[in-house]
Design a protein around this ligand. Structure first.
Ligand code: GLN
Length: 498
């Protein structure tokens, strides 16, 4: 394969928006280039389930026309974005990577979509995911697996693997994902990009197809921390349509990253290092890269403190009871009547429900519905679901105690870099363990970010995870930016091959 150039040449969202706002570039031209890159390069990775040029081009023209008419430029003026396909859009389809929603067209936009468009963003398509966001590798997509742009034999991570690959491959500068147990941070780590999961309630979930409602949160995938902050500022804030979104002031996160704001910050920063995130199972190259990142912080004057999150060993079991219970209830709505696929010749109403669901859902989704139905059933909910809720509280208490001693926590995002296709497919438990460092944070409702912090010997990216207390997005982004300013990992991009 021939190496032509390096994907890093794509402009950042911040630069594009500044150029478009100043009239130096046209949104139509930026959109045209993004669609061209997708057409050229996406066939190798298949990050997109659907590209929507007929929707994107007129939207871009509209951004240009509004500017020409003297309307103020939005913060995302002319920026092309990709959307994970479990976020409802009236353009294109919303399939959730599932056959049961094949061809489904949403009658409404998710709140985040309206906010992005009001800010001048141009949506170019819907990205691939594990079916209903259940998975860690993208292999559970009912359509096809997305490939990792760094090595197409490897998974991009999941479930927002399409969004992460689209940014890593330089197709678009920004994408939306959703994170129920790590689905933004894990693919960000595997693809070498920045992935942020906000505090539960920071971003409206209206129009995000529900998986585990008490865990799900929409977040950003970006090529650098500033772009992540830009998109977060646009999508954050209370929404009357989502009662779990919180009325909490939204800072201008980009302003908080200015050099003047960061000056002197490192010397007062306390970084907690949870002992449980560095135990057996953490692969040595990943450990070395994360420890080197901690050294960077120390060199900047930050203090690292050893902390402990003693209930970490129960996080996987707790998550896989809470998440599957909520999913079994949320997915009851796909019955062959309300949405999507309906079996062809049902014998009676029961057969209509069961055959439609049997034909429409994939194996992992069925496994989780069955587990969740069991965990919630009359004889067992005290032993499983209710017990899991109690442990969830203990896990949150662990974080609260740790944050008494530090401002942010730091550790690996994943125990290993991206694995190969098929490696964990036959062993769901091994697959679930890929989430070992990400899921506890969702149970606690707190924000986290994965940023590139190195590469394995085989050339695969490694992610550093930072975590902060509830509504600690500002310090989280600032800590991430402090590291990013000192290193160049985030500038590396996979080679373009033809
Ligand atoms: N891999 C985890 C799961 O399968 C997390 C998925 C997610 O965050 N959506 O549930």
């Amino acid at each position: 394969m021939l190496e032509r150039d390096v994907m890093g040449k794509m402009e950042t969202a911040t630069t594009i928006a500044a150029h478009v706002a100043a009239g130096r570039r046209k949104a139509v031209a930026v959109c045209h280039e993004a669609l061209g890159r997708i057409e050229d390069r996406d066939p190798r990775f298949r990050a997109f389930l659907e590209v929507t040029p007929d929707y994107a081009r007129p939207r871009a023209a509209r951004v240009d026309a509004d500017l020409a008419a003297g309307k103020p430029a939005g913060p995302l003026a002319g920026v092309p974005l990709a959307i994970k396909d479990n976020i409802c859009t009236t353009f294109g389809h919303t399939t959730c990577g599932s056959k049961i929603l094949k061809g489904y067209v949403s009658p409404y936009n998710a709140t985040v979509i309206d906010r992005i468009e009001a800010a001048g963003g141009v949506l170019v398509g819907k990205t691939n995911l594990d079916e209903f966001a259940m998975g860690s590798s993208n292999e559970n997509s009912a359509y096809f697996p997305t490939r990792n742009p760094w090595n197409t034999d490897c998974v991009p991570g999941g479930s927002s693997g399409g969004s992460a690959a689209a940014v890593a491959a330089g197709l678009v500068p920004l994408a939306l994902g959703s994170d129920t147990g790590g689905s933004i941070r894990l693919p960000a780590a595997f693809c070498g990009v920045v992935g942020m999961k906000p505090t539960y309630g920071r971003v409206s979930r209206y129009g995000l197809v529900a998986y585990g409602s008490s865990l799900d949160q929409i977040g950003t995938l970006a090529a650098n921390v500033e772009d992540a902050a830009l998109l977060l500022t646009v999508i954050s804030g209370q929404d009357p349509r989502d009662s779990t979104s919180v009325d909490h002031p939204v800072p201008h996160y980009c302003e908080e990253l200015r050099d003047a704001k960061l000056a002197g910050l490192a010397s007062g920063l306390r970084i907690g290092v949870p002992a449980e995130y560095f135990g057996a199972g953490l692969e040595s190259e990943t450990r070395a890269a994360v420890e080197a990142a901690l050294d960077v912080y120390r060199r900047l004057g930050a203090r690292t403190v050893e902390v402990t999150l003693p209930h970490t060993p129960y996080a996987i079991a707790t998550y896989y009871l809470v998440a599957v219970s909520e999913c079994s209830s949320n997915l009851a709505r796909y019955d062959g009547v309300h949405y999507g696929h309906r079996t062809a010749h049902p014998r009676n109403i029961i057969d209509l429900y069961s055959s439609s669901r049997n034909e429409g859902f994939g194996a992992e989704v069925k496994r989780r519905i069955m587990l969740g139905t069991f965990a919630l059933s009359a004889g067992y909910h005290d032993a499983y679901y209710n017990k899991a809720l109690k442990v969830r509280r203990l896990i949150k208490d662990d974080f609260d105690r740790a944050f008494e001693q530090c401002d942010v926590l730091a550790g690996p995002t994943s125990p290993t870099p991206a694995f190969r296709f098929g490696e964990k497919l036959d062993n769901p438990l091994a697959m679930y363990l890929a989430d070992i460092y990400t899921i506890a944070l969702n149970l606690a409702g707190m924000p986290g970010i994965s940023i590139p912090c190195g590469f394995s010997e085989t050339g695969l990216p490694i992610g550093l995870q930072l975590m902060a207390p509830v509504f600690g997005e500002t310090v989280l982004l600032q800590a991430a930016r402090l590291y990013e300013r000192e290193t160049e990992w985030y500038l590396r991009r996979p080679p373009v091959t033809s």
